[in-house]
Design a protein around this ligand. Structure first.
Ligand SMILES: Cc1cc2nc3c(=O)[nH]c(=O)nc-3n(C[C@H](O)[C@H](O)[C@H](O)COP(=O)(O)O)c2cc1C
Length: 369
């Protein structure tokens, strides 16, 4: 059944929520390669920074990535409202407010999860944003600040009353950060108390986890973050499992290595070789997790400095995983890349704000599929 988020109708029940440093335009294009329907979000965007850098590429959206929301953080209602307007102008389908980030750098300034301790200010922010945009406004928060202040139910009620069209609840407190296990029973209480859609979030790593979360909480949808790292196929696998009870197998190693390569090339093309290779390293570690005897390769992948190096290492790994056939499959998939020139356009012309850089990145990332 579709989920109605204000004026936005969403067909899938899976949401890939914001992950700073991860859910950039390249990551999202990789997700869209394997799943056309899930709800997507950008990385969190500082409302304050936007006032100084209105041209920042962080809110750039590609035409084929809808439905997608832009998430902003901050604590000044007028600044948040101005940032929300900019997000709307960028083409976001919904505006998400970050009230869950636990990182001290964020919470020290009253941003992120600190707003759960300032419900009046949080309400003001939602109202100010609601008044300034016509797209639906959503809020992502946690169970509360710590064990002694789990106010997610009242907080959710307040958010709904202030005009939010949906919420995402991560089943941990700020104090827990990412430790322990997510408490889905508290999410169930939030769901029961609200009439807007609720996305339950926390610790979904397999399709069966998603079903268990939905059954345990009664939530409308499930938000899956870390489980998608190096494993975007989890999203369509969850949807199929929820819709038809069919558990598709995870992709084989060669498919993972091929997608890893597309992802890295996309990052290098979009961000330049230096930033692109540096950001690729941790994604490569995610894609190759669990591969048999991969430790020496993974070690080398943490030191890559060029597209050619990545291809060479992944190709060796493909051969180890799938023999000559595996190697050939990998090479066939990446043969169209101009490896020595990937990222050069960005590096040389500093096209940091250019649409053509985005087009290049996306064209490269989709070239061989
Ligand atoms: C690397 C990373 C970055 C994250 N950045 C954000 C963010 O920018 N905004 C946000 O609301 N949550 C952020 N989160 C939290 C996730 O959206 C999600 O709530 C959390 O990881 C729990 O879900 P999971 O168990 O499915 O990973 C981040 C999580 C990770 C792992």
């Amino acid at each position: 059944m579709p989920i109605q988020i204000g004026s936005l109708t969403v067909n899938g029940r899976v949401y890939v929520p914001p992950m700073a440093g991860v859910t950039d335009i390249v990551y999202r294009s990789i997700v869209r390669k394997v799943d056309k329907g899930c709800l997507l979000a950008t990385e969190m965007v500082s409302s304050k920074s936007l006032m100084y850098q209105p041209e920042s590429r962080i809110m750039d959206l590609a035409p084929d990535e809808h439905p997608i929301g832009i998430q902003i953080f901050g604590h000044e209602p007028e600044v948040m409202a101005a940032a929300a307007k900019m997000a709307e102008a960028k083409g976001a389908d919904f505006l998400d407010i970050n009230m869950g980030c636990p990182v001290p750098k964020i919470t020290n300034g009253k941003d992120g999860c600190a707003l759960m301790r300032e419900p009046d200010l949080a309400r003001e922010i939602v109202i100010a944003i609601k008044d300034s945009v016509s797209i639906p406004v959503t809020v992502k928060f946690r169970l509360g600040w710590d064990d002694n202040s789990k106010n997610c139910i009242q907080f959710g009620e307040m958010i709904e009353e202030a005009g939010a069209s949906a919420v995402t609840v991560h089943g941990r407190t700020r104090a827990q950060r990412y430790t322990g296990t997510a408490d889905w029973s508290m999410i169930a209480h939030v769901k029961k108390a609200l009439s807007i859609p609720v996305f339950g979030n926390g610790d979904v790593f397999e399709p069966e986890d998603a079903l268990r979360l939905l059954e345990a909480t009664g939530c409308d949808g499930v938000a899956v973050a870390r489980g998608t790292l190096g494993n975007p196929w989890l999203i369509p696998r969850i949807t199929k499992y929820l819709d038809y009870g069919i558990l598709d197998p995870a992709p084989d190693s060669i498919e993972k290595l091929i997608l890893a390569m597309h992802h890295c090339i996309g990052l290098m093309a979009y961000k330049g070789i230096r930033v692109g290779t540096s950001e690729s390293r941790r994604h490569l570690i995610n894609y190759t997790k669990g591969m048999h005897k991969s430790a020496p390769y993974r070690n080398r992948l943490t030191q890559i400095n060029s597209a050619r190096e990545v291809v060479d290492i992944l190709c060796e790994l493909a051969e180890q995983e799938g023999g000559t056939e595996g190697k050939n499959r990998f090479l066939t998939a990446v043969q169209y890349y101009d490896l020595d020139n990937v990222g050069k356009l960005m590096e040389e012309s500093k096209l940091s704000r250019s649409d053509s850089a985005i087009r290049e990145a996306r064209a490269l990332a989709t070239a061989a599929l």
